[in-house]
Design a binder for this molecule. Structure first.
Ligand SMILES: [Ca+2]
Length: 437
Protein backbone atom coordinates (compact mmCIF):
# COMPACT_ATOMS: atom_id res chain seq x y z
CA UNK A 1 0.00 0.00 0.00
CA UNK A 2 1.34 3.41 -0.97
CA UNK A 3 1.71 6.17 1.61
CA UNK A 4 -0.58 8.52 -0.26
CA UNK A 5 -4.12 8.40 1.14
CA UNK A 6 -6.90 7.26 -1.18
CA UNK A 7 -9.86 8.16 1.03
CA UNK A 8 -10.65 4.53 1.91
CA UNK A 9 -8.29 4.06 4.86
CA UNK A 10 -11.10 4.25 7.41
CA UNK A 11 -13.02 1.30 5.96
CA UNK A 12 -12.60 -2.16 7.49
CA UNK A 13 -13.74 -4.61 4.78
CA UNK A 14 -14.95 -7.28 7.22
CA UNK A 15 -17.42 -4.89 8.93
CA UNK A 16 -20.90 -3.74 7.99
CA UNK A 17 -21.68 -0.05 7.53
CA UNK A 18 -24.79 2.09 7.29
CA UNK A 19 -24.83 5.54 5.66
CA UNK A 20 -26.75 8.42 7.29
CA UNK A 21 -27.55 11.58 5.34
CA UNK A 22 -27.53 14.83 7.32
CA UNK A 23 -29.01 17.99 5.79
CA UNK A 24 -29.29 20.25 8.83
CA UNK A 25 -27.43 20.95 12.04
CA UNK A 26 -28.57 19.20 15.19
CA UNK A 27 -28.37 16.27 17.57
CA UNK A 28 -29.45 13.07 15.84
CA UNK A 29 -30.67 9.85 17.43
CA UNK A 30 -30.57 6.17 16.43
CA UNK A 31 -32.47 3.52 18.37
CA UNK A 32 -32.36 -0.28 18.73
CA UNK A 33 -35.16 -0.91 16.26
CA UNK A 34 -33.34 1.04 13.54
CA UNK A 35 -30.11 -0.83 14.18
CA UNK A 36 -31.82 -4.21 13.91
CA UNK A 37 -33.89 -3.21 10.86
CA UNK A 38 -30.74 -2.02 9.07
CA UNK A 39 -29.03 -5.37 9.70
CA UNK A 40 -25.92 -3.66 11.06
CA UNK A 41 -26.05 -5.94 14.11
CA UNK A 42 -29.07 -7.91 15.28
CA UNK A 43 -28.27 -9.56 18.60
CA UNK A 44 -25.98 -9.44 21.65
CA UNK A 45 -25.40 -5.76 20.89
CA UNK A 46 -22.58 -4.21 22.88
CA UNK A 47 -23.12 -0.41 22.96
CA UNK A 48 -19.36 0.23 23.22
CA UNK A 49 -18.67 -1.24 19.78
CA UNK A 50 -20.51 1.34 17.69
CA UNK A 51 -18.25 3.69 15.73
CA UNK A 52 -19.34 6.72 13.70
CA UNK A 53 -17.25 8.16 10.84
CA UNK A 54 -17.53 11.42 8.89
CA UNK A 55 -15.14 12.39 6.11
CA UNK A 56 -12.89 9.49 7.05
CA UNK A 57 -12.51 10.48 10.71
CA UNK A 58 -14.14 8.93 13.74
CA UNK A 59 -16.69 11.17 15.46
CA UNK A 60 -17.19 11.06 19.23
CA UNK A 61 -20.74 10.01 20.08
CA UNK A 62 -22.93 9.44 23.12
CA UNK A 63 -24.63 6.10 23.66
CA UNK A 64 -27.25 6.47 26.37
CA UNK A 65 -27.80 3.53 28.69
CA UNK A 66 -24.45 1.94 27.88
CA UNK A 67 -23.42 1.32 31.50
CA UNK A 68 -25.11 -2.11 31.48
CA UNK A 69 -23.12 -3.10 28.36
CA UNK A 70 -26.36 -3.91 26.54
CA UNK A 71 -27.85 -1.74 23.80
CA UNK A 72 -31.55 -2.11 24.53
CA UNK A 73 -34.90 -0.60 23.62
CA UNK A 74 -34.59 2.62 25.64
CA UNK A 75 -30.99 3.34 24.62
CA UNK A 76 -29.93 5.69 21.87
CA UNK A 77 -26.88 6.52 19.82
CA UNK A 78 -26.67 10.33 19.77
CA UNK A 79 -24.40 12.44 17.57
CA UNK A 80 -23.96 16.05 16.57
CA UNK A 81 -24.36 16.39 12.81
CA UNK A 82 -24.20 19.28 10.39
CA UNK A 83 -24.59 19.80 6.65
CA UNK A 84 -21.60 19.57 4.35
CA UNK A 85 -19.13 22.44 4.08
CA UNK A 86 -16.16 23.12 1.82
CA UNK A 87 -13.56 21.25 3.90
CA UNK A 88 -13.29 18.48 1.27
CA UNK A 89 -13.29 20.92 -1.66
CA UNK A 90 -10.44 23.13 -0.45
CA UNK A 91 -7.79 20.84 -1.90
CA UNK A 92 -9.15 21.51 -5.40
CA UNK A 93 -7.81 25.07 -5.25
CA UNK A 94 -4.14 25.68 -6.05
CA UNK A 95 -4.28 28.37 -3.39
CA UNK A 96 -6.68 27.14 -0.72
CA UNK A 97 -7.27 30.70 0.52
CA UNK A 98 -9.04 31.36 -2.81
CA UNK A 99 -12.03 29.24 -1.74
CA UNK A 100 -14.75 31.90 -1.29
CA UNK A 101 -16.76 30.33 1.51
CA UNK A 102 -15.65 27.65 3.97
CA UNK A 103 -19.29 26.85 4.73
CA UNK A 104 -20.52 26.15 1.19
CA UNK A 105 -19.50 23.01 -0.65
CA UNK A 106 -19.01 23.22 -4.39
CA UNK A 107 -20.56 19.76 -4.90
CA UNK A 108 -23.04 18.72 -2.20
CA UNK A 109 -25.01 20.37 0.56
CA UNK A 110 -25.72 17.08 2.35
CA UNK A 111 -23.24 15.49 4.69
CA UNK A 112 -22.77 11.74 5.18
CA UNK A 113 -22.06 9.84 8.37
CA UNK A 114 -21.20 6.14 8.42
CA UNK A 115 -22.03 3.97 11.42
CA UNK A 116 -20.31 0.63 11.88
CA UNK A 117 -20.20 -2.05 14.55
CA UNK A 118 -16.64 -2.93 15.35
CA UNK A 119 -15.46 -6.48 15.78
CA UNK A 120 -12.86 -5.57 18.36
CA UNK A 121 -12.51 -1.81 18.90
CA UNK A 122 -14.17 0.36 21.54
CA UNK A 123 -15.71 3.37 19.79
CA UNK A 124 -14.87 7.01 20.47
CA UNK A 125 -17.21 8.52 23.07
CA UNK A 126 -17.87 11.97 24.44
CA UNK A 127 -16.50 12.39 27.92
CA UNK A 128 -19.01 13.64 30.45
CA UNK A 129 -18.05 16.72 32.46
CA UNK A 130 -19.89 17.26 35.69
CA UNK A 131 -19.35 19.83 38.42
CA UNK A 132 -21.65 21.95 40.59
CA UNK A 133 -21.73 25.73 40.41
CA UNK A 134 -20.70 26.40 44.02
CA UNK A 135 -18.59 29.54 44.20
CA UNK A 136 -18.84 30.27 40.47
CA UNK A 137 -20.24 33.54 39.17
CA UNK A 138 -22.45 33.46 36.11
CA UNK A 139 -21.16 34.38 32.65
CA UNK A 140 -23.27 37.27 31.36
CA UNK A 141 -22.63 36.71 27.68
CA UNK A 142 -21.53 34.24 25.05
CA UNK A 143 -20.18 34.83 21.54
CA UNK A 144 -22.68 34.14 18.76
CA UNK A 145 -22.56 34.38 14.98
CA UNK A 146 -25.25 35.45 12.58
CA UNK A 147 -24.45 34.60 8.99
CA UNK A 148 -25.94 34.41 5.53
CA UNK A 149 -24.35 32.29 2.78
CA UNK A 150 -25.35 33.17 -0.77
CA UNK A 151 -25.55 30.45 -3.40
CA UNK A 152 -27.69 31.84 -6.22
CA UNK A 153 -25.07 31.41 -8.92
CA UNK A 154 -21.79 29.62 -9.58
CA UNK A 155 -18.94 31.73 -10.95
CA UNK A 156 -15.75 30.40 -12.54
CA UNK A 157 -13.50 33.28 -11.49
CA UNK A 158 -11.59 35.27 -14.06
CA UNK A 159 -12.47 34.96 -17.73
CA UNK A 160 -9.28 34.62 -19.78
CA UNK A 161 -11.23 35.05 -23.01
CA UNK A 162 -14.82 36.13 -23.50
CA UNK A 163 -16.85 34.01 -21.03
CA UNK A 164 -14.13 31.37 -20.89
CA UNK A 165 -12.21 30.53 -17.73
CA UNK A 166 -9.47 28.11 -16.70
CA UNK A 167 -10.50 24.60 -15.69
CA UNK A 168 -8.49 25.08 -12.51
CA UNK A 169 -10.13 26.38 -9.34
CA UNK A 170 -9.08 29.99 -8.98
CA UNK A 171 -9.74 33.20 -7.08
CA UNK A 172 -13.40 34.22 -7.31
CA UNK A 173 -14.62 30.72 -8.20
CA UNK A 174 -17.58 29.27 -6.31
CA UNK A 175 -21.19 29.90 -5.31
CA UNK A 176 -22.26 33.49 -4.65
CA UNK A 177 -25.25 35.83 -4.94
CA UNK A 178 -26.63 37.09 -8.22
CA UNK A 179 -24.65 40.12 -9.33
CA UNK A 180 -25.51 43.71 -8.52
CA UNK A 181 -24.50 46.28 -11.13
CA UNK A 182 -23.30 49.85 -11.49
CA UNK A 183 -25.17 52.19 -9.17
CA UNK A 184 -27.11 49.30 -7.59
CA UNK A 185 -27.36 48.10 -3.99
CA UNK A 186 -27.81 44.58 -2.63
CA UNK A 187 -29.20 44.44 0.91
CA UNK A 188 -28.83 41.57 3.37
CA UNK A 189 -30.53 41.27 6.73
CA UNK A 190 -28.78 39.71 9.70
CA UNK A 191 -30.57 39.37 13.03
CA UNK A 192 -28.51 39.51 16.19
CA UNK A 193 -30.95 38.40 18.91
CA UNK A 194 -30.27 39.27 22.54
CA UNK A 195 -27.28 41.53 21.82
CA UNK A 196 -25.67 42.77 25.01
CA UNK A 197 -22.98 45.30 25.70
CA UNK A 198 -19.75 43.69 26.81
CA UNK A 199 -15.99 43.86 26.47
CA UNK A 200 -16.31 41.86 23.24
CA UNK A 201 -15.72 43.80 20.01
CA UNK A 202 -18.45 42.92 17.45
CA UNK A 203 -17.23 42.22 13.91
CA UNK A 204 -18.58 42.14 10.40
CA UNK A 205 -17.04 39.75 7.85
CA UNK A 206 -17.87 39.54 4.16
CA UNK A 207 -16.57 38.51 0.76
CA UNK A 208 -17.30 40.20 -2.56
CA UNK A 209 -16.01 39.20 -6.01
CA UNK A 210 -15.65 41.41 -9.06
CA UNK A 211 -17.72 39.96 -11.93
CA UNK A 212 -16.79 42.29 -14.78
CA UNK A 213 -13.66 43.85 -16.20
CA UNK A 214 -14.93 46.81 -18.20
CA UNK A 215 -12.98 49.84 -19.38
CA UNK A 216 -13.10 52.83 -17.06
CA UNK A 217 -11.83 56.41 -16.97
CA UNK A 218 -10.18 55.92 -13.56
CA UNK A 219 -6.48 56.90 -13.72
CA UNK A 220 -5.44 53.67 -11.97
CA UNK A 221 -7.68 51.46 -14.07
CA UNK A 222 -10.07 50.58 -11.24
CA UNK A 223 -13.46 49.44 -12.52
CA UNK A 224 -15.20 48.45 -9.26
CA UNK A 225 -16.20 50.80 -6.46
CA UNK A 226 -17.66 48.88 -3.51
CA UNK A 227 -19.20 50.57 -0.50
CA UNK A 228 -20.49 48.53 2.44
CA UNK A 229 -22.91 50.02 4.97
CA UNK A 230 -24.29 48.68 8.21
CA UNK A 231 -27.70 50.14 9.08
CA UNK A 232 -27.02 52.99 6.62
CA UNK A 233 -23.62 53.90 8.08
CA UNK A 234 -20.67 53.35 5.77
CA UNK A 235 -18.20 50.88 7.29
CA UNK A 236 -16.03 50.08 4.27
CA UNK A 237 -15.20 51.63 0.91
CA UNK A 238 -12.74 50.37 -1.67
CA UNK A 239 -11.77 50.43 -5.34
CA UNK A 240 -10.62 47.28 -7.11
CA UNK A 241 -10.27 45.80 -10.53
CA UNK A 242 -11.57 42.98 -12.73
CA UNK A 243 -12.15 39.56 -11.17
CA UNK A 244 -10.28 40.32 -7.95
CA UNK A 245 -12.03 39.68 -4.67
CA UNK A 246 -12.47 41.48 -1.37
CA UNK A 247 -12.47 39.48 1.89
CA UNK A 248 -12.75 41.62 4.99
CA UNK A 249 -13.34 41.49 8.74
CA UNK A 250 -14.10 44.84 10.40
CA UNK A 251 -14.87 46.02 13.93
CA UNK A 252 -18.43 47.41 14.06
CA UNK A 253 -20.81 49.11 16.44
CA UNK A 254 -24.05 47.21 16.99
CA UNK A 255 -27.14 48.65 18.64
CA UNK A 256 -30.09 46.82 17.15
CA UNK A 257 -31.24 43.22 16.76
CA UNK A 258 -32.21 43.71 13.12
CA UNK A 259 -29.28 44.73 10.96
CA UNK A 260 -29.20 45.64 7.30
CA UNK A 261 -25.93 45.28 5.44
CA UNK A 262 -25.86 47.11 2.12
CA UNK A 263 -23.41 46.39 -0.68
CA UNK A 264 -23.40 49.21 -3.22
CA UNK A 265 -21.58 49.76 -6.49
CA UNK A 266 -20.79 53.48 -6.59
CA UNK A 267 -20.92 54.83 -10.14
CA UNK A 268 -18.01 57.29 -10.15
CA UNK A 269 -15.21 55.52 -12.07
CA UNK A 270 -16.48 56.04 -15.59
CA UNK A 271 -16.71 52.25 -15.84
CA UNK A 272 -18.82 50.79 -18.60
CA UNK A 273 -20.13 48.16 -16.18
CA UNK A 274 -19.44 47.24 -12.55
CA UNK A 275 -20.82 43.82 -11.65
CA UNK A 276 -20.11 42.34 -8.21
CA UNK A 277 -21.34 39.28 -6.29
CA UNK A 278 -21.45 38.46 -2.55
CA UNK A 279 -20.44 35.12 -1.06
CA UNK A 280 -21.32 35.66 2.60
CA UNK A 281 -21.83 38.18 5.36
CA UNK A 282 -21.39 37.39 9.03
CA UNK A 283 -21.73 39.31 12.27
CA UNK A 284 -19.97 38.02 15.38
CA UNK A 285 -21.31 39.54 18.59
CA UNK A 286 -21.83 39.12 22.31
CA UNK A 287 -25.25 37.76 23.12
CA UNK A 288 -26.98 37.37 26.46
CA UNK A 289 -28.17 34.04 27.81
CA UNK A 290 -31.92 34.49 27.23
CA UNK A 291 -32.54 31.72 24.70
CA UNK A 292 -36.25 32.52 24.39
CA UNK A 293 -37.40 28.92 23.77
CA UNK A 294 -34.87 28.16 21.04
CA UNK A 295 -34.54 24.45 20.31
CA UNK A 296 -30.78 24.73 19.77
CA UNK A 297 -27.96 27.26 19.85
CA UNK A 298 -24.36 27.21 18.72
CA UNK A 299 -21.96 29.57 20.48
CA UNK A 300 -18.38 30.25 21.46
CA UNK A 301 -16.82 30.81 24.86
CA UNK A 302 -13.44 32.48 24.88
CA UNK A 303 -12.34 33.41 28.38
CA UNK A 304 -9.32 32.75 30.53
CA UNK A 305 -11.20 30.56 33.01
CA UNK A 306 -10.74 26.85 33.55
CA UNK A 307 -14.42 26.45 34.44
CA UNK A 308 -17.40 28.63 33.54
CA UNK A 309 -20.98 28.77 34.79
CA UNK A 310 -23.75 29.46 32.27
CA UNK A 311 -27.44 29.98 33.00
CA UNK A 312 -29.73 29.97 29.96
CA UNK A 313 -33.04 31.70 30.67
CA UNK A 314 -36.45 31.05 29.10
CA UNK A 315 -35.38 27.55 28.18
CA UNK A 316 -38.07 25.18 26.96
CA UNK A 317 -35.59 22.31 26.65
CA UNK A 318 -36.90 19.14 28.34
CA UNK A 319 -33.46 17.57 28.76
CA UNK A 320 -30.89 20.32 28.08
CA UNK A 321 -27.43 19.20 27.08
CA UNK A 322 -24.27 20.91 25.79
CA UNK A 323 -21.98 19.37 23.20
CA UNK A 324 -18.41 20.66 23.47
CA UNK A 325 -17.48 20.65 19.77
CA UNK A 326 -13.85 21.51 20.42
CA UNK A 327 -12.75 18.84 22.91
CA UNK A 328 -15.54 16.24 22.76
CA UNK A 329 -17.16 16.69 26.14
CA UNK A 330 -20.85 16.41 26.98
CA UNK A 331 -22.39 18.41 29.82
CA UNK A 332 -25.88 17.75 31.14
CA UNK A 333 -27.91 20.80 32.10
CA UNK A 334 -29.56 21.28 35.48
CA UNK A 335 -33.14 22.52 35.10
CA UNK A 336 -34.56 25.04 37.53
CA UNK A 337 -37.95 26.34 36.37
CA UNK A 338 -37.19 27.83 32.94
CA UNK A 339 -33.45 28.07 33.61
CA UNK A 340 -30.99 25.57 32.23
CA UNK A 341 -27.69 25.69 34.15
CA UNK A 342 -24.35 24.38 32.97
CA UNK A 343 -20.88 24.25 34.47
CA UNK A 344 -18.43 23.75 31.63
CA UNK A 345 -14.73 23.08 31.40
CA UNK A 346 -13.65 26.03 29.28
CA UNK A 347 -10.00 25.09 29.98
CA UNK A 348 -8.77 28.64 29.29
CA UNK A 349 -9.20 28.30 25.52
CA UNK A 350 -11.67 29.26 22.82
CA UNK A 351 -14.30 26.55 22.46
CA UNK A 352 -17.46 26.01 20.43
CA UNK A 353 -20.56 24.55 22.04
CA UNK A 354 -23.91 23.31 20.84
CA UNK A 355 -26.92 23.54 23.15
CA UNK A 356 -29.78 21.14 22.40
CA UNK A 357 -32.40 18.83 23.88
CA UNK A 358 -31.53 15.20 24.52
CA UNK A 359 -35.28 14.41 24.60
CA UNK A 360 -35.92 15.97 21.19
CA UNK A 361 -33.44 14.40 18.80
CA UNK A 362 -33.63 14.65 15.04
CA UNK A 363 -34.52 11.44 13.21
CA UNK A 364 -32.16 9.44 11.02
CA UNK A 365 -32.43 6.99 8.14
CA UNK A 366 -29.90 4.18 8.03
CA UNK A 367 -28.99 2.97 4.55
CA UNK A 368 -26.86 -0.20 4.47
CA UNK A 369 -23.75 0.23 2.32
CA UNK A 370 -21.72 -2.55 0.77
CA UNK A 371 -18.27 -1.36 -0.20
CA UNK A 372 -16.79 -2.92 -3.32
CA UNK A 373 -13.40 -3.07 -1.57
CA UNK A 374 -11.52 -2.74 -4.82
CA UNK A 375 -8.17 -4.48 -4.92
CA UNK A 376 -5.47 -3.65 -7.43
CA UNK A 377 -6.02 -7.06 -9.02
CA UNK A 378 -9.76 -6.34 -9.48
CA UNK A 379 -9.04 -3.57 -11.94
CA UNK A 380 -8.35 -4.96 -15.39
CA UNK A 381 -6.73 -3.19 -18.31
CA UNK A 382 -10.10 -2.00 -19.65
CA UNK A 383 -11.84 0.12 -17.00
CA UNK A 384 -15.38 1.40 -17.45
CA UNK A 385 -16.69 3.98 -14.97
CA UNK A 386 -20.47 4.12 -15.23
CA UNK A 387 -23.67 5.07 -13.47
CA UNK A 388 -25.88 2.30 -12.06
CA UNK A 389 -28.72 3.57 -14.26
CA UNK A 390 -26.66 2.40 -17.23
CA UNK A 391 -25.96 -1.08 -15.84
CA UNK A 392 -27.50 -2.94 -18.80
CA UNK A 393 -25.44 -1.05 -21.36
CA UNK A 394 -22.26 -1.35 -19.32
CA UNK A 395 -22.78 -5.12 -18.97
CA UNK A 396 -23.41 -5.45 -22.70
CA UNK A 397 -20.16 -3.65 -23.41
CA UNK A 398 -18.31 -5.93 -20.99
CA UNK A 399 -19.84 -9.03 -22.66
CA UNK A 400 -18.69 -7.70 -26.03
CA UNK A 401 -15.17 -7.12 -24.64
CA UNK A 402 -15.19 -10.65 -23.23
CA UNK A 403 -15.72 -12.01 -26.77
CA UNK A 404 -12.60 -10.11 -27.81
CA UNK A 405 -10.62 -11.37 -24.80
CA UNK A 406 -10.28 -7.87 -23.37
CA UNK A 407 -10.36 -8.10 -19.60
CA UNK A 408 -12.81 -5.46 -18.35
CA UNK A 409 -13.80 -3.96 -15.01
CA UNK A 410 -16.98 -1.95 -14.44
CA UNK A 411 -16.88 0.54 -11.58
CA UNK A 412 -20.04 2.43 -10.64
CA UNK A 413 -19.82 6.04 -9.51
CA UNK A 414 -21.97 5.48 -6.41
CA UNK A 415 -19.53 2.81 -5.22
CA UNK A 416 -16.56 5.07 -5.91
CA UNK A 417 -18.11 7.98 -3.98
CA UNK A 418 -18.66 5.75 -0.95
CA UNK A 419 -15.31 4.01 -1.05
CA UNK A 420 -13.00 6.79 -2.21
CA UNK A 421 -14.56 10.06 -1.04
CA UNK A 422 -16.48 9.41 2.17
CA UNK A 423 -19.87 9.04 0.47
CA UNK A 424 -19.76 12.32 -1.43
CA UNK A 425 -20.54 12.90 -5.11
CA UNK A 426 -17.14 14.43 -5.85
CA UNK A 427 -14.55 14.39 -8.66
CA UNK A 428 -11.76 13.47 -6.23
CA UNK A 429 -13.44 10.08 -5.69
CA UNK A 430 -12.47 9.15 -9.23
CA UNK A 431 -8.97 10.57 -8.79
CA UNK A 432 -8.41 8.64 -5.55
CA UNK A 433 -9.75 5.45 -7.13
CA UNK A 434 -7.49 5.70 -10.16
CA UNK A 435 -4.45 6.55 -8.03
CA UNK A 436 -5.17 3.62 -5.75
CA UNK A 437 -4.94 1.07 -8.56
CA1 LIG B 1 -28.59 -0.38 28.12
Amino acid sequence: MQAQPFGNEWIIPSQKYVKIKVSEEGLFGIDLNQIIQSGLVTQNIDPKKFQLFNKGKEVAILVTGDADNVFDANDKIVFYGKPNDASLDKVLYNNQADLPNEEVSIYENDNYYFLTYSNNTTGLRLKEFQQNNTGLSEENWIIAKSRVNLTDSYYPGEFILSAMSLSEYIEGEGFMSNTFGKGQTSNLNLNTPDIISSSFQPQLSFYVAGRSNASSTNANGFNHHLRVSLNNVTVFDTLFRGYKTVRKTLPITLNTNNNQISFTSIDDLGALTDFQAISYAEITYARGTNINNLTSLKFIINNSKAISFLRFRNSGLANPVLWDLTTDFMIRGVKNSTNADFVINTTSQQKSFFLADLDNLKSTNLTPVTFRNFLTTDVKSFLMISNKLLTTGANNYKTYNDTRNIETTIAYTDDLYNEFYYGFHHPLALKNFVHGQ
